[in-house]
Design a protein around this ligand. Sequence first.
Ligand code: CA
Length: 229
Amino acid sequence: MKKTRILLVEDEPDLAQVLADYLVRDGYEASVEGNGARALERIRREPPDLLLLDLMLPDLDGLTILREVRRTSRLPIILVTARVEEIDRLLGLDLGADDYVCKPYSPREVLARVKAVLRRSSGPEPAGAGAPVTPPLVEIDAENWIARVSGQRLDLTPKELRLLQALSSRPGRVLSRAQLLDLVYKDDLDVSERAVDSHMKNLRRKLSQALPERELIRSVYGVGFAYEP
Ligand code: CA
């Protein structure tokens, strides 16, 4: 069977090599490219099955590469950034990345995200315009404050909706209470981690009412929460 090919665009060779070795041990073919312009050329010449793309590169930045690739391709892309607070801004830009990983990361975490993205993207290829598309499990229309689970509309408070958005846009990733505070409550400086727990409790209750057979948000004891689609 042909191996799944992953291209790591990363200018820190040691970091990239550790991750590449880890992916290879798990049966992937992984290669590293540290130069943005060369990476773009390589992607055009020989598109990988998944791209792990660091945002901060010395020559061409990751966002430029992402935009260029997206003009012609739906190739799965995981963006890597060193700043967790940047993810919200990136989500707002709606650039078409499939997932986001924050440095420092554990190779194990990245592997889990790679698998999740490949699983999601390996569904039947749309047969062109008008092909039916399976709706995502969780849909969030942040502009109109509407959230749906399996097509069912949820009655969420703005904080609950933003918590769900923060978690569901990072499937499988554990977010700590502090990270959630940064992402969801950045305008309320006096909110405590206890408030996160209380909003999370209500959110999880509403989710389990809508979808009793699944636990969409898992509590990770002592660490935080993760969305597990
Ligand atoms: Ca970098």
